[in-house]
Design a binder for this molecule. Sequence first.
Ligand SMILES: Cc1cc2nc3c(=O)[nH]c(=O)nc-3n(C[C@H](O)[C@H](O)[C@H](O)COP(=O)(O)OP(=O)(O)OC[C@H]3O[C@@H](n4cnc5c(N)ncnc54)[C@H](O)[C@@H]3O)c2cc1C
Length: 476
Amino acid sequence: MADPHVVILGAGPAGVGAAYKLRRRGLARVTVIEQQSTVGGNAGSFEAGGQRLDYGSHRLHPACDPEILRDIRSLLGNDLLDRPRHGRIRLRGKWIHFPLKPLDLLLRLDRRFAAGTALDITTRKTRRHRSDSGEDSFASVLMASLGRTICEEFYFPYARKIWGREPEELSGIQARRRVSAGSFGKLMRKVLSQIPGLNQRGAGRFFYPRNGYGEISEAYADAARNLGAEFLLEAKVTALQLGGGIGGRGWTVSVDQKGRLLSLDPDYVWSTIPITLLTRLVCPAPEARVLEAASSMEYRAMLLIYLELDEDRFTEYDAHYFPGADIRITRLSEPKNYSLNGRPGRTTLCAELPCSPDDHWWKMSDYELGTIVAEDLARAGLPLRRNPVAVHAKRLRHAYPVYTNGYEKPFGILASWVEGLPNLLSYGRQGLFAHDNTHHALFMAYSAADCLTDGVFDHAKWEDYRRNFATHVVED
Ligand SMILES: Cc1cc2nc3c(=O)[nH]c(=O)nc-3n(C[C@H](O)[C@H](O)[C@H](O)COP(=O)(O)OP(=O)(O)OC[C@H]3O[C@@H](n4cnc5c(N)ncnc54)[C@H](O)[C@@H]3O)c2cc1C
């Protein structure tokens, strides 16, 4: 049987990872369709002010699956840097090192915060007992495991900023999948892992490509291209019509590439674009309940505001985290401090401002957004020493899936609808509505390729993988 033709929608890590794996194992002919002019999706990079920059602070976590890490190492060679983590969290007006260090906590932690946390530790058994009410929200899960002080001073205000919702409105799944230090035991292990001799391999370190985080996706895409995959960039998928291909179970994919209309007839479509968008592209259109489910699901957007400064270095840190409600941005990174690329005498800061496309922030000019960042930094005790030489903003429409209480129901409706469509797979961060890291998106891509044998997709094996994906915990 001739190799099947797989069309992959989206060239983020999930798309390029699958293209590479399918071609390396000679499993299929591959065409990747990406609306942007570059690959990498939210994990991509671009150049500005003589420096390669990412869409917010991105790092490759040592928790990466060993096979994937091996591939990334062999694709990037010496470009994959092993870097120490060196960040700070602003907690009740004080700076705490991140990752947390025992001595630093002892010396710098605000006394009221320390006393409150100590009390929460001693009362955690009774608190667990009392919280046995059956409620399963982000708020109830973290209150039961971490107590009032850490929740109210750190996780709850951070959650309001990141997801734009009250902690009680968010699902308990968000706490379990998003908060890797979700109990005192895990928190202590993280703190202790910073002590030399007690540290696990990789603790307090991360991998970062010399030419920006996007180099990972670019290397996968280049390798896939060299193995015969075709990439259509600046090409937007506009419709997916069922029919044709293997026994009428294939697809016709309509694409608009810079005004040129293309039509492809693959056997399989592997989609990494938002699952909610997929419902609007598939013909025949899904029934009303599927469309209603899609419209009830939310992705949080993100403004990334870059300030180019006429100085060699703004601070020594890779990132500053701002959980507090008094500061609007959630994180400020200084890529030059960990990427080792950049011009002497210049540095660029990247501020992350989560929001909704309906917020007034979304429509602000780059200059106005720069003013927000400058004000926030001054309030946090990190005033800009000079006006930036340039300010520019990027807008991510699908930055984070928002797990509101009961989101599993509409997501379940969408997942069953996709499962009922022949030869269509929806995966990746956007396709499975998964708050995942890059290495998780790559793991999904490798798993999908592993399910294709002799042109036939093994759905039972994919279901096993899906259960495994549900165990992924996001690393910060
Ligand atoms: C601010 C921020 C910080 C992060 N930090 C980290 C980190 O430190 N470490 C880490 O491991 N992960 C991090 N992540 C997560 C990481 O970015 C994602 O896990 C990764 O991008 C997911 O890859 P993906 O391919 O599944 O999805 P995406 O990267 O979202 O790719 C989807 C692609 O589909 C394309 N697309 C959409 N619609 C269409 C269409 N109609 N036609 C054609 N193409 C289309 C998009 O343009 C995009 O390229 C971070 C994410 C954010 C938002």
